[in-house]
Write a protein that binds this ligand. Structure first.
Ligand code: AGP
Length: 617
């Protein structure tokens, strides 16, 4: 997830763009850059790091004059964060400039074709390929920029929100969208236009905005009406100008009250972005380059050791069930903080999978170094490109969750499970431990998960009503079996860390071995009782709780009747394969803890005593 912004009008472009980038930094802050056109030349300045670093660098590097410009703050997906990979990118001729938010999946094939046509590339990014593709088409087809952009975008596969500038047509800007957002602010009498990933960069200049839809492009000319066209067939579309009601803070949070709530609701898109280019259901294949390049190691591995902390450790527990069930590879899941100090037995035959959203957790980083020192191969699952853990790993795969601002991890957890499920499925195929029929079934079911999560998110009001009844609780018990035991742990952690209510997660069957002594009419018990996975046994656990006056909040499969009769509250999730249920059952638990914390006036995004990334031991 990156932030793009651009301006074409009569004011100095620089202050508008630099301030706009500061407001978009919540979308990514690995690197930043600006291109300004001063009437004669394209002036470009870009740097690794935050916008404040760019602000200092620009003063030394370029003239900040010009009434047209584009800017970008990057969340790296291709190519590590460094100066050369930062946007904007300039075409080989030096005439075209682009900023891009998204992923071009087929950039490698396009890049090779352009190299064969004499193009050379400075960066590792997919975006530099796109701007040179546009240049090549403009030249060979002898068409204007708008047409060249349209032809190029019909050749790319992936997601994009782009703003493109041509030095030879300096009173024009072309923008286009598929899968990533673009807002266009319209100034008085069309004398100026503001383009950005959301309205935060221009909300004080105009409240009139157009939000492009997927597959649309806009040709923006100073002093003229915007022309909006469909990329597919070039048909003209009426501009739908909205009058914005949001204030700046609401825009940054996407209209949600907290980043955590926004990120809970971003999960369908985060999973779509994480699956993109990797889950190819129509071809019946899974493609993860880091895994393919090390397939032999994985197939010969005697054991997989997963090291992580907190929520990432819970994702590792889900992975243990999935890897052993699908690929029949022994898995051990370790708290990184324990693993690093207990002198563990590690051999060259071990693969260590390190899971970390931030890629900066000190204990996980130390566990990786220990494993490597003992000869293990380390494969990382990270959300931050170029992070310390990502660089320390021997190989790995990124979740494409986008920046996770809320301290309580939500979309990182579900995208970690998504990636780990892809890996386990791919290994099961390579080892022949899963029938092709089951394999295809899982690919199809995995593709449906984002839609099913959306359905669960629609029950938010119902969950909020339940939260109201239990916000004064002092203790909570979370129970789950099988794949949903780790979800019970994760649900308890969410409640603890943002509402400060003590909560414990337990395997449901373990209740009889002690925790049942805690049950009384003041103890809410959240039970995950989906139809697949020891359902009858969980129902009897619920009856045991009921008979001791425990209050039961059950997460059930849509249409469930048995649990509905005995539980105090039920929250329904759509049916899916058992191994995929954690991706759905965790959503109500995230929302329940969020609403309880808000009702308790807790600081949901920055809970007391916590940090987003625990870089100390
Ligand atoms: C989870 O909500 C917490 N923020 C915390 O447990 C977190 O998962 C843990 O610190 C690990 O962080 P990482 O994934 O960035 O390594």
């Amino acid at each position: 997830m990156c932030g793009i912004t651009a301006y074409i009008g009569y004011r100095d472009a620089y202050p508008i763009i630099i301030n706009g980038l500061k407001r978009l930094e919540y979308r990514g802050y690995d690197s930043a850059g600006i291109m300004l056109y001063d009437g004669e030349s394209i002036n470009l300045s870009k740097t690794k790091g935050k916008v404040s670093i760019l602000e200092n660098k620009i003063k030394e590097e370029i003239s900040d004059s010009g009434v047209i410009g584009i800017g970008h703050t990057r969340w790296a997906t291709h190519g590590i964060p460094n100066d050369i990979n930062s946007h904007p990118h300039i075409s080989q001729s030096g005439n075209l400039a682009i900023v891009h938010n998204g992923i071009i999946e087929n950039y490698s094939a396009l890049k090779h074709e352009l190299i064969d046509r004499g193009y050379s590339f400075q960066s590792e990014t997919d975006t530099e390929v796109l701007i040179n593709l546009i240049e090549e088409i403009k030249k060979t087809e002898d068409v204007k920029l708008g047409k060249a952009v349209q032809i190029a975008l019909n050749q790319v596969i992936g997601a994009y929100a782009i703003a493109v500038f041509d030095k030879e047509k300096p009173d024009e800007m072309i923008v286009a969208k598929l899968g990533s957002p673009i807002a266009i602010g319209i100034g008085k009498d069309n004398q100026e236009f503001f383009i950005a990933s959301d309205a935060s960069p221009f909300i004080e200049y105009t409240k009139d905005a157009i939000y492009l839809e997927d597959g649309e492009m806009a040709i923006i000319k100073k002093g003229r009406e915007i022309s909006i066209r469909k990329l597919k067939d070039d048909s003209l579309i009426d501009a739908n100008v909205q009058e914005l009601q949001l204030n700046l803070e609401q825009i940054e949070k996407g209209g949600y009250e907290h980043f955590m709530l926004k990120e809970i609701h971003e999960q369908p898109q985060a999973i779509i972005d994480t699956l993109r280019g990797r889950l190819l259901t129509d071809k019946g294949i899974i493609k993860i380059s880091g895994l393919e390049n090390n397939m032999k190691r994985f197939l010969n591995a005697e054991r997989i050791i997963i090291v992580a902390c907190g929520t990432s450790w819970h994702a590792g527990l889900v992975a243990e069930y999935i890897f052993e069930d699908f690929a029949r590879i022994p898995v051990e899941v370790e708290y990184a903080s324990e693993f690093r100090y207990r002198n563990p037995i590690i051999t060259e035959k071990d693969i260590v999978i390190a899971i970390s959203q931030s890629g900066e957790t000190a204990d996980t980083l130390a566990a990786i170094k220990l494993a490597k020192s003992k000869g293990a191969f380390v494969f990382g699952v990270c959300n931050v490109v170029g992070s310390s853990i990502a660089r320390e790993n021997d190989s790995g795969v990124y979740t494409h969750a986008g920046p996770e601002i809320g301290v309580a991890s939500t979309k990182a957890f579900t995208t970690q499970i998504t990636v780990l499920t892809l890996i386990a499925l791919r290994l099961s195929r390579a080892k022949g431990t899963m029938t092709s029929a089951d394999y295809r079934l899982y690919l199809q079911e995995l593709e449906l998960i984002p839609k099913k999560i959306k359905k669960v998110l629609e029950t938010d009001e119902h969950i909020k009503a339940i939260a109201k009844k239990y916000l004064l609780s002092t203790n909570c018990l979370y129970l789950g079996r099988g794949y949903n035991f780790p979800v019970a742990l994760e649900g308890a952690l969410k409640l603890k860390e943002i509402s400060y209510i003590h909560a414990e997660g337990y395997p449901a069957a373990e209740m009889k071995h002690g925790p049942i002594a805690l049950i009384d009419d003041r103890m809410p018990v959240i039970v995950i009782a989906t139809s697949k996975g020891h359902y009858e046994k969980v129902v009897s656990n619920i009856q045991e709780i009921k008979s001791r006056s425990g209050k039961i909040i059950a997460v059930v499969t849509e249409g469930d009747t048995a649990v509905r009769e005995i539980a105090d509250h039920v929250i329904e999730v759509p049916d899916t394969e058992e191994a995929l249920t954690p991706l759905l059952t965790t959503i109500p638990l995230q929302l329940l803890s969020y609403h309880i914390a808000v009702m308790r006036d807790c600081n949901v995004d920055q809970p007391r005593n916590l940090a987003k990334s625990v870089t100390v031991e």
